[in-house]
Design a protein around this ligand. Structure first.
Ligand code: ADP
Length: 829
């Protein structure tokens, strides 16, 4: 981590230094001042001392001289000096302040006279220095070293002068016995401090007086001390500092040589005394300083900590910024940071790969706009409207690269708040999705082509099935007709085979057609009101014959609570029901087949109609049941079929909003059921289906319009056999002509015909004057898709009958229309 330098820390350290310097300087100054003061004082004291010593010894010397002069004048005048000596000594001693005795010693050293008693005791002082110094020569005033009196054991100093005879020979010594205490009293009064020292020394190193008094010091010689070796030779007056060898106390000394005397005065004051107060002061100040340091230290610590935390936070921020920048710099998406006013704050290097511009170009010129001009407005609109709501938007748009190439991009934009500045900004990550877009387009195209192919396939199948159905119509129809003519047993068997083979082929074709339509999603449902009961009955009628032929009982049971009319696609419902019924009859060998229609109303669920077909057939093993409704899910192949019927039924039931299922037990039978949402048509809405005749019997005049001779003959035959009168037309134009000429109860109109097709003919008939225009017209066609049927209705037809023609269905439908129109005919006739 980088060193932390914050202004507060620097300030703290500077303040600390300044404080330390101030304290240090203050202490140094006061120390110096004290030392200087003390030195000055000792200098002054030294001068006073010198003066005192000088005066004292001059006074002593003066008395000695006066006494000698007095004695000499006595001798010169011939008086008895010895007799008068005591008096003279006594008188002179009285003038002396420092001496306690004044004595005359003979040349042998014996005391001749002293001021004490006229007749002194015999004492010899020849060994004393003040005597010895004068024997050989005149030593002037000689100040002896301190010595102990043999008389009273007191310390004394002898100050002597030489006595001579008239002719100049040595005649003894006059000595003043000086009391050192007298000096010491004065020295004490000078008071150079508690541990101060005052000393009087002779220039040869002998100590004369010391205060404080140390007895053992007196016997030593101090000739070797720096005072004599160094300082005095340099200057007669001076100062020095040293630790005293005698008591180990450090002192500052001032010395002065006493003028006119072989003496030096030294006065020393102890450093400890001088600095006593200073030390207290210094300690006090040091405490203050320490407190300041501690305070500042605490402040500095807080500042340092704060600074470090801040530095750490900044460092962490910088690191994370670095990290994110690294990610942004190395991302393959182009990343932009933009202020809301459009100022770009960051553009990642990857922008060059995506858009061809360098980041600098985009930063420098914020007006470079790479959104495709056609999409710019919408992009900004979406951005502003959606970003405000969700805070994040993904925008797909086309961008124009620097080289002009248009690319597809996907841009995720987020609105964020930049933590340090608190400013809102956009972060956008722009990605080139051209490749993906290309694949998408290819996929869409492939899907479209696949759908197209499925459509083509289903169209092909529709056409093929139509083409197959038409001739099959003839095969099945004529086989039926053949069977109604007198035949030999063998011929009848062959004709039956032809009919059955034709029927099963028709089923196969129908199944394949439906299935391909379902697969292509092209099966459309029609929504129409219908009556469930007749629907079930008509289905029953279709299979009844086959059931009876096998000896099976057929029961139809529609519950009372099932509404009379429902809304749905009756053709598809019929298709499913017929499929289930057909299977039931096909697979059941004995017993019965029962159709039930019930209403199912479970709580909370939409009401439903349940249509079920129960048989007493072989049943279906449980493990096989799930296969049933899958394509080609045949279990028993012995009965032929495509295996598509139930798969188609399931899909039909499901697209109608219902479901399908089975419950079965092997050896007992099966119940196939399917459900439909129960929806009733609004009241008053008339059935779009063919009007229901009171009875399906009755005959009328019918115009059959059909271009194929075989079909014409088949339909004519079926209708005439049922008792109808039939007129044929070969195309639309002939039909319109016939309608103009004659009256018919019903027109059965083929759709695809030469000259004039069925739709055009229908429109022309509807445009005819008179009741002919109201004649019911039914399409007779192999193309019965819902949109086709809708087209027929739009042209003016009532409904349609699908080819290949099912005899029962044809006759039933025709009978209904003929009966319904009969009253009109009656009134018209
Ligand atoms: P297919 O055209 O073969 O009849 P479906 O899809 O209608 O096709 O039926 C599929 C298979 O389900 C049949 O082949 C048959 O094995 C079985 N199946 C259908 N209905 C019954 C039934 N009522 N009883 C027994 N098996 C049945």
């Amino acid at each position: 981590m980088k060193p932390v330098r914050t202004p507060s820390l620097v300030f703290g350290l500077a303040a600390l230094c300044l404080l330390t310097v101030m304290f240090g300087h203050g202490l140094y100054q006061s120390h110096r001042q004290r030392m200087a003061d003390s030195q000055e004082l000792t200098d002054k004291l030294a001068r006073a001392l010198e003066e005192h010593t000088q005066h004292s010894f001059q006074a002593i010397d003066g008395t000695l001289r006066t006494t000698i002069a007095h004695l000499r004048s006595l001798r010169e005048t011939g008086q008895d000096a010895d007799a008068l000596a005591h008096g003279i000594l006594k008188a002179n001693l009285a003038t002396m302040t420092h001496a306690r005795q004044l004595a005359i010693l003979g040349p042998d050293g014996r005391v001749r006279h002293h001021a004490g008693r006229p007749d002194p005791a015999p004492v010899n002082l020849a060994d004393r220095d003040f005597f010895k110094a004068q024997v050989e020569q005149d030593a002037g005033l000689f100040i002896g070293a301190p010595a102990i009196s043999r008389n009273n054991s007191a310390w004394f100093i002898g100050a002597s002068r030489r006595l001579t005879t008239v002719d100049g020979r040595f005649d003894g010594v006059l000595v003043a016995i000086v009391e050192p205490q007298r000096f010491r009293a004065f020295y004490k009064a000078l008071h150079p401090g508690e541990r101060g020292a005052v000393t009087l020394l002779r220039l040869d190193g002998a100590l004369i007086v010391n205060e404080p008094f140390e007895e053992e010091m007196l016997s030593r010689s101090y000739a070797d001390i720096p005072l004599f070796r160094k300082h005095l030779p340099e200057a007669p007056v001076g100062r020095f500092r040293q630790i005293a060898s005698t008591d180990g106390v450090e002192r500052t000394y001032s010395y002065r040589r006493v003028e006119g005397l072989p003496l030096v005065v030294v006065i020393g004051s102890a450093v400890q005394d001088t600095l006593g107060d200073w030390w207290i002061d210094a300690r006090r100040q040091a405490v203050v300083w320490l407190l300041c340091v501690a305070g500042l230290g605490a402040l500095a610590a807080v500042a340092l900590r704060h600074g470090m935390e801040r530095a750490r936070a900044l460092h962490a921020l910088a690191e994370s910024e670095e990290r994110y920048r690294l990610i942004a710099d190395n991302a393959s998406d182009a990343i932009f940071r933009t202020r809301l006013d459009g100022t770009r704050l960051y553009v990642s290097p990857s922008v060059t790969a995506v858009l061809g511009y360098t980041p600098e170009e985009l930063m420098r010129t914020p007006r470079i706009e790479f959104i495709h001009p056609d999409e710019r407005e919408e992009v900004f609109h979406t951005l502003h409207s959606r970003l405000a709501v969700s805070g994040r938007v993904v925008l797909p748009f086309r961008a124009v690269r620097k080289d002009g190439r248009v690319i597809w991009t996907e841009t995720a934009v987020s609105l964020i708040v930049d933590p340090p500045s608190g400013q809102k900004e956009w972060i956008a990550a722009l990605r080139d999705v051209s490749e993906r877009k290309g694949i998408e387009t290819e996929l869409l195209e492939a899907k479209r082509q696949a759908e197209q192919a499925a459509r083509v396939k289903s169209d092909f199948l529709a056409t093929m099935s139509h083409e197959i159905r038409t001739p099959m119509n003839g095969v099945v129809g004529f086989a039926n007709l053949l069977l109604e003519t007198p035949l030999s047993p063998e011929q009848e068997r062959f004709a039956t085979h032809v009919r059955d083979a034709g029927r099963s082929l028709m089923t196969v074709i129908n199944d394949i057609l439906d299935f391909s339509r379902l697969e292509a999603g092209r099966l459309e449902l029609r929504e129409a009101p219908f009556a469930p009961r007749p629907l079930v009955e008509s289905c029953g009628a279709i299979v009844r014959l086959a059931a009876e032929e096998k000896g099976l009982a057929l029961h139809l049971d529609v519950a009372d609570d099932v509404p009379e009319r429902l809304l749905g696609d009756p053709d598809r419902i019929r298709q499913i029901l017929l499929n289930l019924l057909g299977n039931a009859v096909k697979f059941t060998e004995a017993g019965s087949v029962t159709v039930r229609v019930t209403r199912q109303a479970e709580r909370g669920a939409e009401p439903r109609v349940v249509l079920s077909v129960t048989d007493t057939g072989p049943g279906i093993p449980e493990d096989k049941q799930p296969l049933l409704f899958q394509k080609f899910g045949q279990i028993d192949r012995s009965h032929g079929g495509t295996g598509l019927g139930l798969a188609i039924s399931r899909q039909l039931a499901e697209i109608m909003g219902g479901g399908i299922g089975v419950t079965s037990r092997t050896g007992v039978g099966s119940t196939f059921w399917f459900t439909l949402p129960l929806r009733e048509p609004p009241a008053g809405n008339e059935a779009a289906e063919a009007p229901r005749a009171a009875s399906a019997t009755g005959t009328g005049r019918i115009l059959v319009v059909e271009d194929l001779a075989m079909n014409r003959e088949l339909v004519t035959r079926l209708l005439t056999l049922a008792g109808h009168a039939v007129v044929c037309a070969e195309d639309g134009a002939q039909a319109v002509e016939a309608m103009r000429r004659e009256r018919f109860d019903l027109v059965l109109m083929d759709v695809h015909m030469p000259v004039m097709d069925g739709l055009e003919a229908t429109r022309a008939i509807r445009a005819l004057p008179g009741p002919a225009a109201r004649t019911p017209i039914l399409a007779l066609t192999a193309s019965a898709l819902p949109d086709e049927v809708a087209g027929y209705r739009a042209a003016g037809m009532e409904g349609s009958i699908t080819k290949p023609v099912d005899k029962a269905l044809l006759l039933d439908t025709v009978a209904r229309y003929v009966r319904a129109t009969a009253p009109t005919e009656d009134t018209a006739v």
